[in-house]
Design a protein around this ligand. Structure first.
Ligand SMILES: *[C@@H]1O[C@H](CO)[C@@H](O)[C@H](O)[C@H]1NC(C)=O
Length: 556
């Protein structure tokens, strides 16, 4: 967990890459995990080197019992999950660079005085020297001829000259490189495991392999510079985001301040409107009250006087005063006064109502004092009073308020009933559509012909013109004539009787009948000639007056 924390802190850029002891990990041959001098440090695949005790303590992950899976561990330095070599920790490559750094603490310090910081390196002694010791080094006879180089430019010379020994043959130096197995080896190895493998001296092989390593290093360095560029860009984008967010926050605050101001002003406007409305209604009510009180007072005076007159007045007194009393009482009786209060308490607030703009902001909410008056609502339609069977028909209801103005808004409780006059069970279900503007469209489709009573209620009261009667005509036009076999029979043998079928008879008869072409024929309607008894009449009466009279004869 502490590694995860460290990694997090690193990501956040809060702490430099340091161990617990605070030493610079990369610079010393101190094990970066335990901060002790390195003992046989080895390289992990992530190129962090750990001392052997730390390697043994590595936290392994995954299921260790599972076969075929390489054991994995977490690098304590970078938390990378790494695969451990199947042969165990011993197969990890030793970290020669760490071994070569002298294995002592404070390697960035001077190797001689341990006080100053090392600045140079003596190539002859292999020690690092501070500037002071470097001068001393030159002054002393013994070491005056030594070559001292700048620390930065020197390769890790402490390693130079120190021979590496073969792990399999500890007395043999690793001086050869097997090209086939891609690993260094000693003379004895050639004879044993690398017989017939192509090989070379390490000093030759290093040129070839060093070149490809340098090539890789170069491209990796390029990647690094690209990464640094990108990181720089992320920083500048981060700054841009911060700046932008601040600017937008300012905008939001300004907008919200304006909005709040607009809403407060709208609120004040609404409250003022409400107050005006209240005062107006109260004034109207006071006026009505005063008038009613005056009328009541007048009536009381009249009543008291008349009662007194009738109970205690003399006969003559009554007769003398009768005239003035009668006319007064008659006048009071016929005085017009409304039986309801003139105003009502219909004041509402409608929060959804658009209320225009306030300082450029759209605001909502309005005070509404209109109340629908059913007696001022009217019905409209092309032909309110007639309809045809099975055809959709309808009418429109216009709602006015108590002052006789259009309501201009929907939402009223509108109820419509349409019932057959004779067949009570044959009611029609109307559809009421609220147009939202104070008008309502009512549509219905009657299934039976006949007379219907239509009632339209608003707030439970009949509107103007309700109820009314609708005549629903049959889908078919009715035959006006007679269903007969011939005009001769149906007219009682009249010569002039015609039929709409167009048939004639010999002997001067104008209509169809016995002996005509195709007699006896089938029965048909005299008005249109249709041969189906239950059918629609195809033609009206002939407009010709003379013919009409003839047809009437046929109907006899
Ligand atoms: C209803 O309002 C309209 C428009 O204000 C008006 O023309 C009409 O006469 C009013 N009808 C009634 C019955 O008050």
């Amino acid at each position: 967990l502490s590694h995860v924390l460290l990694l997090l802190l690193l990501l956040l850029g809060q702490v430099p890459y340091k161990t617990k002891a605070g030493r610079d990990v990369m610079a010393a041959s101190i094990c970066p995990a335990c901060s002790e001098p390195c003992v046989e440090p080895r390289l992990l695949p992530c190129l962090h080197s750990l001392c052997t005790p730390c390697l043994r303590n590595l936290e392994t992950v995954g299921e260790p019992n599972r076969a075929n899976t390489a054991l994995r561990a977490l690098c304590p330095l970078c938390d990378a999950e790494i695969a451990l070599p199947p042969g165990g920790l011993g197969q990890l490559v030793p970290d020669y660079t760490a071994l070569g750094r002298g294995g002592a603490a404070g390697t960035t310090g001077c190797d001689l005085c341990a006080d100053g910081a090392a600045a140079k390196r003596c190539q002859s002694c292999g020690v690092r020297l501070c500037l002071f010791c470097c001068q001393a080094h030159r002054r002393q006879k013994k070491t005056a001829s030594h070559v001292v180089v700048e620390l930065e430019s020197s390769r890790d010379c402490s390693q130079a000259g120190k021979p590496f020994f073969c792990p399999s043959h500890p007395s043999e130096e690793l001086g050869l490189f097997c090209e086939q197995c891609d690993q260094p080896m000693c003379q004895d190895c050639v004879a044993e495991r690398h017989r017939q493998h192509p090989y070379d001296f390490t000093s030759n092989a290093v040129h070839r392999h060093g070149d490809s390593l340098r090539e890789l290093l170069r491209s990796t360095q390029q990647c690094m510079s690209t990464l640094e560029d990108v990181l720089g860009q992320t920083d500048s984008v981060g700054n841009a985001i911060r700046t932008r967010a601040e600017a937008v926050a300012t905008e939001i605050n300004a907008f919200a301040r304006g909005y709040v101001k607009a809403i407060e002003e709208h609120r004040d406007r609404l409250l003022k409107q409400l107050e005006d409305l209240k005062v107006q209604k109260e004034n109207l009510l006071h006026l009505q009250k005063a008038q009613l009180q005056q009328l009541l007072l007048d009536m009381r005076t009249g009543v008291e006087f008349t009662e007194r007159l009738l109970t205690s007045g003399s006969d003559l007194g009554i007769l003398v005063t009768k005239g003035v009393v009668t006319s007064r009482l008659a006048k009071l009786n016929s005085a017009a006064y409304s039986t309801h209060p003139n105003v009502d308490d219909s004041i509402q607030f409608s929060p959804q109502e658009r209320a225009g703009q306030c300082h450029g902001y759209e605001v909502f909410g309005a005070v509404i004092c209109k109340a629908v008056d059913p007696t001022k609502c009217t019905l409209h339609g092309e032909d309110l009073r007639s309809a045809r069977q099975n055809e959709l028909t309808g009418f429109t209801l216009l709602c006015n308020d108590t002052t006789g103005e259009r309501m201009g808004r929907g939402g009223e409780a509108v109820m419509v009933t349409i019932t057959h006059k004779d067949k009570k069970d044959c009611a029609v279900k109307p559809t009421v559509c609220d147009n939202g503007d104070g008008t309502y469209h009512i549509s219905y489709s009657p299934e039976e012909p006949g007379l219907y009573a239509v009632c339209v209620y608003v707030k439970g009261q009949h509107v103007q013109g309700s109820p009314f009667i609708v005549m629903v005509k049959s889908k078919f036009r009715k035959h006006r004539g007679m269903f007969h076999c011939c005009t001769f029979c149906s007219s009682g043998g009249q010569k002039a009787a015609r039929c709409a079928c167009g048939g004639t008879m010999p002997g001067g008869y104008q209509g169809c009948g016995h002996g005509h072409k195709g007699h006896p024929g089938c029965p048909h309607w005299s008005c249109c000639g249709q041969v189906k008894r239950s059918s629609e009449c195809l033609s009206g009466f002939p407009s010709d007056r003379s013919q009409r009279s003839l047809l009437r004869t046929v109907e006899l």
